[in-house]
Structure formats: C-alpha cells, structure tokens
Write a protein that binds this ligand. Structure first.
Ligand code: SF4
Length: 250
C-alpha cells in the first residue's frame, strides 16, 4: 500500500514555487522579472527593499518604470551615513516613488540591548539582529515576495545567487543577480542616474557607518563591510530572517 503523502508546508511550497519560477523565467531581463512579479506572479503582494547604497539607483529606477507606487522599505538602522539618507531622499524625488516605508528598530529592544548605541563595537551579530533582522522581518511580513538589488559579483558568498529564493514561506527576488559591474555602470550612464556620493570615496558596498570601509582596487565590493571580521552578511539575507518570518508572520 502506498504511504499517504504529507501535505507540503508553506516553506516547502515556497521552495517549490521559487524553483519553478527560476526554471521558467530566471533567465529574463531584470525589468521583465519586475514586471511579471508586480503584474502577475505576486500582484498586490510585492514590495522592494533598498539600502539606497552604491548600486541601488538601478533597481529603483526599474521599479519606477514598472510601478512607482510599489512599496519600498528602507531599514533605518540609526547608524547610516548622512550621505545615504540624503541620497535616499534625492532618489525618491528623482523617481517619484510613492510608497517609501522607513522601518526602524523597536525602541524597547534598543533600550534593552543597545542603550548607549555602542553594541556594534562589542557584538555585531546582536547589533544587526536588533537593528536589521527584526525590522526586516517586520518590513516584509505583509508581503508574499520582495525585490532586492543583490548581485552575484558582489561577493564570493553570492556567486550562485538565484533570481528567485525561498525565505521561509515567502520568496525573495533578485532581478539583477546576473548583472555585472559593467552592466550596472552602463545602465547608470544611459539613464543619467544619480550616484551615492560615497562611491567616489571607494565605498562600493554601503551599510552602517561603523561597519563600512572603502574597498581597495581588485577586492570584492563587499569586502569593506565588517572588514577584519568573519561576518559577511548582516543576517537579513540569512537564516535569521527565515526563522523570524516563520515564527512571527504567519
Ligand atoms: S552593520 Fe554594524 S552598526 Fe549596522 S546594524 Fe550591523 S553591526 Fe550594527
């Protein structure tokens, strides 16, 4: 007698859906991927997340062409460079984006674990948890999928990055995964997009000011993040977010 099949749970369903989307349309141009996600695959249940960092203008410009009312979440960690905040406001105006959602850490949690704002100097993982991972889980919880600007070239840890990734019960979409630095530069030039002013000072991947340094020629774009530490990601792209979403948002 055949064993009765267990129904798929939501994380398994998301993994199956992401694999099917990757196979059927992972090869499309980034703007086509965004169009399909917004109008078909995740219509009404799609957002984007942007750091307003070194390459963020490319994805945001494409979003503005597809649907400038798409929700765009920005995690305001309280530790951003002033230049990044100014750049965020300038790009929002340039592209007439209509639904920017600024997500901050929970005040009570900050008061408990980082009352003097120096946690980053003692425990970067704990600092990222309270300032990024938990707020990120809150930011994407209302949606079935979200767009990011991640690329394969940014770091060795991203070299196999898929366009469609399951994250717990949801799907993260990286339309620019296959793009190179040259592709990005050409797009920026063709559309005369404004650049984050920190790029001119060698910051090729831009996060919080205590944990971001300029990059030397030939190094990974993300090598200036948490330089000198084994840490390469803040956790919003790792299992901590998956766990948060699985625990908190269903
Ligand atoms: S990047 Fe640094 S300052 Fe920002 S949340 Fe993580 S540890 Fe804290």
């Amino acid at each position: 007698m055949l064993a009765k099949q267990r129904p798929l749970d939501q994380a398994e369903e998301a993994a199956t859906e992401a694999a099917a989307l990757e196979a059927s349309q992972g090869y499309l141009e980034p703007i086509e991927i965004i169009e399909r996600a917004a109008a078909h695959d995740f219509a009404g249940a799609l957002a984007a997340v942007s750091s307003f960092g070194a390459d963020s203008a490319v994805l945001l410009h494409m979003i503005s062409k597809v649907d400038p009312s798409l929700p765009v979440a920005f995690l305001d960690t309280g530790k951003h460079f002033g230049e990044t905040l100014d750049y965020r406001d300038a790009l929002v105006a340039d592209f007439a984006l209509r639904d920017i959602r600024i997500i901050s850490p929970e005040e009570n949690a900050l008061a408990r674990v980082d009352p003097d704002g120096t946690l980053h100097a003692r425990d970067t993982n704990a600092c990222c948890d309270v300032r990024k991972v938990e707020p990120m889980a809150r930011a994407v919880a209302p949606f079935r999928a979200w767009l990011t600007g991640r690329k394969r070239f940014q770091a060795a840890t991203r070299k196999n990055l898929a366009v469609y990734e399951p994250v717990g019960p949801r799907i993260r979409i990286n339309p620019l995964a296959r793009w190179t630095t040259a592709d990005l530069a050409e797009y920026m030039r063709r559309h005369a997009l404004r650049q984050n002013p920190l790029v001119a000072y060698g910051y090729l991947s831009i996060g919080c000011f205590p944990c971001t340094q300029p990059v030397k020629p030939g190094e990974d774009a993300r090598s200036g993040r948490w330089a000198g530490q084994a840490k390469t990601e803040c956790g919003i792209h790792l299992s901590g977010l998956e766990q948060s979403l699985t625990d908190a948002s269903l």
